[in-house]
Design a protein around this ligand. Structure first.
Ligand SMILES: [Fe+2]
Ligand SMILES: [Fe+2]
Length: 271
């Protein structure tokens, strides 16, 4: 994708790279890591696209058209490919949404923006890793309909604080549980290569949740607790119960540096 700003002399901007990730209809473009020379200046006006560009076979469909088997399906190869396909789509959405945050919040602290770019790069790698497992299982990315679970919440995100509360501290926080459970299911099914991939995603996710937690301390009001701030910056249907799996694994939260009160409140959260 060529944009006006890309024609300017000098290195590619965070903004242009992020715009390509969000708007491109090419999966290869979405999954290409940033060049070493990427620059964040000059900053560009904020943009908040409401949906991503996607190739025809990965267009986001209504949730009712998308069937993903539950975790017990991992034991069945036919269901396993559908689970791997959904995991790859989660990671692709994560890459797109970290790119979205780079477009949406040009005035955020430079370190925060560098952190977003770093995580975006991890999310691209996670997508490629799951696609590789999907291919090894005999399927291709785009073989099944995909949903837009993360994208469907984007209209409620108005600030960097809203973004980390939804993305880092809810979706990625919940994934600290899901990845442990899915890695165990893959291992029990004898799919050790997939289990290794999910373990790697888990350890990256610890760092992604740490990013959210650390910036929560920076962005929150001094007279509010982390938990209060978190709750106030979530928009229904997002809520603390969505930041955990059915099984709560506290070690991931401890590794990410969340404080004891936040972990306790999370463990107590239920629908
Ligand atoms: Fe990821
Ligand atoms: Fe992540």
């Amino acid at each position: 994708m060529v944009t006006a700003t890309q024609n300017r002399a000098g290195p590619l901007l965070f903004h242009d790279f992020a715009l390509g990730i969000v708007e491109s209809e090419s999966l290869a473009t979405k999954l290409t890591p940033p060049p070493e020379t990427l620059s964040d200046e000059p900053l560009q006006p904020a943009r908040q696209p409401s949906e991503p560009g996607r190739p025809a076979n990965l267009q986001i469909r209504p949730g009712r058209e998308v069937r993903v088997p539950s975790i017990v399906g991992f034991a069945d190869p036919e269901q396993r490919v559908r689970i791997l396909h959904a995991l790859a789509n989660h990671e692709l959405q994560a890459a797109e949404l970290f790119a979205w945050a780079l477009l949406a919040f040009p005035a955020a602290p430079p370190n925060f923006r560098r952190g977003l770019l770093h995580i975006l790069t991890d999310e691209q790698r996670h997508t490629r890793m799951y696609i590789a497992r999907l291919n090894a299982a005999g399927a291709a990315f785009g073989d099944f309909p995909v949903s837009g679970y993360f994208w469907n919440k984007i209209d409620t995100i108005r600030s960097p604080l809203d973004f980390i509360c939804a993305m880092s501290l809810t979706f990625e926080n919940a994934n600290l549980d899901h990845t442990i459970d899915y890695a165990a299911a893959a291992g029990q099914a004898g799919d050790h290569k997939t289990a290794t991939v999910i373990d790697k995603v888990h350890s990256d996710e610890v760092e992604h949740v740490r990013f959210g937690w650390q910036w929560l301390q920076v962005f929150k009001r001094h007279d509010q607790s982390a938990w209060q701030t978190y709750g106030e910056h979530l928009t229904w249907p997002l809520r603390p119960a969505k930041a955990r799996g059915r099984m709560f694994h506290r070690q991931g939260r401890e590794a990410a540096g969340l404080d004891a009160e936040f972990i306790r409140r999370l463990e107590e959260s239920s629908d």
